[in-house]
Design a protein around this ligand. Structure first.
Ligand code: G
Ligand code: G
Ligand code: MN
Ligand code: NA
Length: 251
């Protein structure tokens, strides 16, 4: 297919870019970090969503290369920010199968000069689908580098919670499907968020409420004890220059 070869060209010809979405402390509203999100500006078709091209990259064996490029680009930006501001990078489950991942991450950190504790890797429950030992070894190797691990899209995957107890996540990110439209503390979504926050706090993990767009949603997730908030209310994914300006504001 055309799009396949276009994606290979995109990586070479710098049609990919990384945008950054702020994450703020739920009580102080200070910016604590940014999530790096990849974008593809196709020369003919215009912007193509990562929802479309990440699965394609996984299929055609290009995800490791794209993932490493995103990681490097994100870390290069993050070293410019105040040291209290972290960067989060999404990892595809396919990248987890690559034995070289920990050494790639170490090399990127050393090349860019970013301290490991300022890097957070976001993985999804998809990583645990084939519940093999390799995944847990990989998580151990990544944690040994000193970086943080977040469980992304929490609540949307398959229902076993056993991996939460087995895996030393630093943070769980509550999927926006629970947050959006939620304002009533008696609602079903509020109960679910409350349960997730309780579970995370028992396990000494932070929680991010994702997809917060309105003041009502913000008030609710704050009252339910989410530690961090991400969503359009505090900022859409933005170019690196804007992220740098926003990161530097509080410093
Ligand atoms: O930014 P946006 O809402 O368009 O992202 C859509 C989806 O693509 C999200 O699930 C997001 O996690 C994923 N995504 C965005 N950037 C990356 C990336 O660099 N790597 C991976 N694996 N997924 C990404
Ligand atoms: O799966 P993941 O959580 O990585 O997805 C991140 C995606 O969510 C980004 O592509 C971003 O564009 C999108 N996103 C972030 N904040 C909001 C929000 O407040 N509302 C909506 N609808 N999407 C959001
Ligand atoms: Mn994410
Ligand atoms: Na998410």
């Amino acid at each position: 297919q055309r799009l396949e070869s276009d994606l290979r060209v995109a990586l070479e010809k710098e049609q990919l870019r990384v945008v950054f979405q702020p994450s703020v402390d739920a009580s102080s509203e200070a910016v604590t970090g940014f999530e790096a999100l990849v974008r593809w500006d196709h020369p003919e078709h215009g912007p193509i969503s990562p929802v479309q091209f990440i699965p394609l990259a996984e299929e055609i064996g290009l995800i490791n290369e794209i993932g490493e490029w995103v990681l490097r680009t994100a870390c290069e930006e993050a070293v410019k920010w105040p040291s209290s501001v972290n960067v989060a990078v999404n990892l595809s489950p396919v990248q987890f199968k690559a034995h070289a991942l920990p050494s790639i991450v170490r090399a990127v950190l050393s090349d860019t000069g970013l301290s490991a504790k300022r890097l957070e890797l976001e993985i999804t429950e998809g990583v645990f689908l084939n519940n093999d030992e390799h995944v847990h070894e990989m998580i151990g190797s990544l944690k040994a580098i000193g970086l943080k691990l977040a469980l992304d899209d929490f609540g949307t995957g398959y229902s076993s919670l056993s991996y939460l107890q087995r895996v030393p996540f630093d943070k769980i990110k509550i999927d926006r499907s629970f947050v959006q439209g939620a304002s009533d503390p008696e609602s079903r979504n509020a109960s679910l968020i409350r349960a997730m926050v309780g579970l995370a706090s028992d396990l000494k993990m932070q929680t991010t409420a994702e997809g917060v767009e309105t003041q009502d949603e913000l008030t609710l997730v704050r009252n339910l004890g989410c530690s961090l908030v991400q969503g359009y209310i505090f900022g859409k994914p933005m170019p690196a220059e804007d992220a740098l300006a926003l990161a530097s504001e509080g410093a």
